[in-house]
Design a protein around this ligand. Structure first.
Ligand code: IYR
Length: 230
């Protein structure tokens, strides 16, 4: 049966002059362009509220049928972090050195210098694991299908990363594969699947990142293309 339609309320986002539009856009881009994925973290504490704010920001993401099909699981307990490191490294070792990653994948990653070792999983003050809710529950607690779950979770993940960066915090989109062990360690229900693991903290004083460039605008966008020939 169709649900009751939401009431509509007036909405007007702040209307800016073109000058102000561009000045804000440039400032936001310049800030986001400074963001890098970090693999060398300290154990310096991060305020709990910063994690809460990043999760609240992520939860402002648009989602299929407004189901917000995500759960952010926050881990600060050193014992659980250690367990996650042990199991992630076990899986990653099988991938990198046990032949589970095909040669083309190993080759694609070689310039980035990643390997199976994930010491930062124990060092960081917080690990946040985003779970995707394959199905959800309606108001009466009955299972209910979700829609565009991956798209919704991907958007929320991007907003989570942006929020952390705006607060001067660093993270990494870590996807130990397969990630099933996270459901067990974190006691998550069957309707949820691990989506991305985010170590969150501050980089070490001697942290480095690969010297890579981002594709220029003309390689990531096409304006007013012609229709395909019939
Ligand atoms: N999950 C592995 C492998 C890995 C895969 C991709 I694609 C990367 O961009 C980086 C790493 C790991 O986390 O090391």
């Amino acid at each position: 049966m169709a649900g009751t339609e939401y009431e509509h309320i007036p909405y007007q986002p702040e209307r800016l002059s073109h000058e102000e539009t561009l000045s804000r856009g440039r400032a936001f881009y310049a800030s986001m362009d400074e963001r890098r994925s970090v693999r060398f973290f300290t154990d310096a504490p991060v305020p709990r509220e910063a994690i809460e704010l990043a999760i609240k920001t992520a939860s402002t993401a648009p989602s299929g049928a407004h189901r917000q099909p995500w759960t952010f699981v926050v881990i600060s307990d050193p014992e659980i972090k250690k367990q996650i490191r042990i199991e992630a490294e076990e899986e990653e070792r099988k991938s990198y050195e046990g032949g589970r990653m095909p040669p083309d994948w190993i080759e694609a990653l070689a310039p980035l210098g990643t390997d199976w070792r994930k010491p930062y999983l124990e060092t960081v003050p917080y690990i946040v694991v985003q779970f995707e809710q394959i199905t959800g529950f309606d108001g009466d607690g009955n299972p209910q299908k979700n829609y565009y779950v991956r798209e919704s979770c991907g958007i929320a993940a991007g907003m989570f990363i942006a929020a952390l960066h705006q607060m001067g915090l660093s993270t990494l989109t870590h996807t130990p594969s397969p990630m099933g062990f996270l459901s067990k360690i974190l006691g998550r229900p069957k309707n949820e699947r691990p989506f991305i693991l985010f170590p969150v903290g501050y980089p070490t004083a001697d942290a480095t990142v690969p010297d890579i460039a981002r594709k220029p605008l003309d390689r990531v966008s096409i304006w007013d293309p012609k229709p395909a020939e019939k």
